[in-house]
Ligand binder design. Structure first.
Ligand code: ADP
Ligand code: MG
Length: 237
């Protein structure tokens, strides 16, 4: 991202954002509520348009529309705070739908791959259930499997554990840690310091629409540079 600005009306929500995420890197985005973290993520797969600046993936500007936009959405997976599964489709169908439709996989191949992914996130036993029959933690793991099924170049996870009951948070974080260790490129909005310390290469701290500082996790949590980061950490720790 280079010089990215975004307004909602007169409200300036992304301010001159410059951000590089390298292949295989795990970047945590942290900051107060309303600081622009979700808007940043959403603009990377063009769920929001930006008003100025550039966003490139593998050197290519984000497409505006059409087939190229559909391709972008399959290259950039997104996992939201609310699980966003298709309520009337089974777990297996949730994971096979896009690969069949967008990647033109046969049903058989899509199901084979989906079962591998559901096994990897620990919910293969629930493949034929509807999302509502699963716990929140299980649903969020299905959402991760669904985004992996598109073989994305990058996965954006926006507060993936913040809607979960405490006992379910670790099962989702463990899947995310495994994903990070497998070399997946990830941008994760999270305040889970355990995850940040175990899996993140870099912490990006946002405040009031701007990136205020970027540091390795141990440095950020033990010795934040800016007063705004110090103030924020004193509230969450
Ligand atoms: P965060 O994820 O860090 O909590 P957001 O990116 O959701 O922050 O929001 C940044 C700012 O933009 C907030 O002030 C929020 O109220 C505002 N905002 C977000 N989405 C919209 C929208 N669709 N329309 C108007 N304002 C919005
Ligand atoms: Mg948010």
């Amino acid at each position: 991202m280079r010089g990215v600005n975004k307004y909602f009306g007169t409200h300036h929500v992304l301010k001159d954002i410059d951000l590089d995420v390298h292949k295989g890197e795990v970047v945590i985005v942290i900051g107060p509520s309303g600081s622009g973290k979700s808007t940043l993520c959403r603009s990377i797969n063009r769920l929001e348009t930006i008003d100025s600046g550039e966003i490139r993936i593998d050197g290519v500007l984000l497409p505006e529309e059409g087939k190229a936009l559909a391709k972008l959405r399959s290259d950039v997976g997104m996992v939201f705070q609310a699980f966003n599964l298709f309520a009337h489709k089974t777990v297996l169908e949730n994971v096979t739908l896009a690969p069949i439709k967008v990647h033109k996989l046969s049903k058989k191949d899509a199901e084979k791959r989906a079962m591998e992914l559901l096994t990897r996130v620990g919910v293969a036993d629930h493949a034929n259930k509807l999302p509502a029959q699963l716990s929140g933690g299980q649903q969020q793991r299905v959402a991760i499997a669904r985004s992996l099924a598109m073989d994305p170049k990058l996965i954006l996870l926006d507060e993936p554990t913040s809607a979960l009951d405490p006992e379910m948070i670790n099962e989702v974080l463990d899947v995310m840690i495994g994903l990070a260790r497998s070399g997946m490129t990830m941008v994760v909005v999270t305040h889970e310091m355990g995850f940040a310390k175990k899996a993140a290469d870099r912490v990006v701290f946002m405040s009031d629409g701007a990136i205020v500082e970027q540091s390795p996790p141990d440095q950020f949590f033990s010795a934040p540079k800016s007063d705004r980061a110090k103030d924020f950490l004193s509230k969450i720790l």
